[in-house]
Write a protein that binds this ligand. Structure first.
Ligand SMILES: [Zn+2]
Length: 158
């Protein structure tokens, strides 16, 4: 689907996105979703090695312990490779309109991957939206307080 506000072209799709799509779609089949039956597959791209790390949603009887595919992939990537340059991710669901990451995943992706991290949000057959973290979460929570002189400027009358 082409969207006026989010036209998808070769220009805003990374070269390898199709491989990521296939990996995310394949991973999606391994989602553990006995409660929602909503399968999510994600493929996180690591820039330097040009490789993908898959993730799926894993639900739990105590719903709060459920983890989303995006965070599963990112935590797996950091656990096995460390905090590297993860530059984009491909998200696959059968939702229509396509599902975007939840607020918790956006917060985690923003902190660990930065505002330029790109999400390629797909249906089961094609990319539907290409958005950066800055598009999706323009105001993220940051726990590091501003330097004193910056904090002081906010209250300065000069
Ligand atoms: Zn999430």
């Amino acid at each position: 689907m082409m969207n006026e506000h989010n036209p998808i072209s070769e220009k805003n799709l990374p070269k390898q996105w199709k491989l990521g799509f296939d990996i995310a779609k394949d991973a999606r089949q391994r989602a553990y979703v006995p409660y929602s039956n909503f399968r999510v597959g994600f493929a996180l791209h690591e820039k330097e090695g040009d490789t993908f790390i898959p993730g799926v949603n894993v639900e739990n009887a105590s719903y709060g312990a459920t983890i989303c595919a995006e965070r599963a992939a990112l935590l797996s990537a950091i656990s096995s490779r460390g905090l590297l340059d993860y530059d984009y991710g491909v998200l696959v669901t059968d939702a229509d309109p396509p599902a975007v990451p939840c607020a918790e995943c956006l917060q985690v992706l923003m902190e660990l991957c930065g505002p330029d991290f790109t999400l390629i949000i797909c249906s089961m057959t094609e990319p539907r939206m290409v958005l950066t973290m800055a598009d999706l979460l323009p105001y993220s929570f940051v726990s590091i307080p501003p330097a004193p002189e910056q904090a002081g400027n906010e209250n300065s009358a000069e």
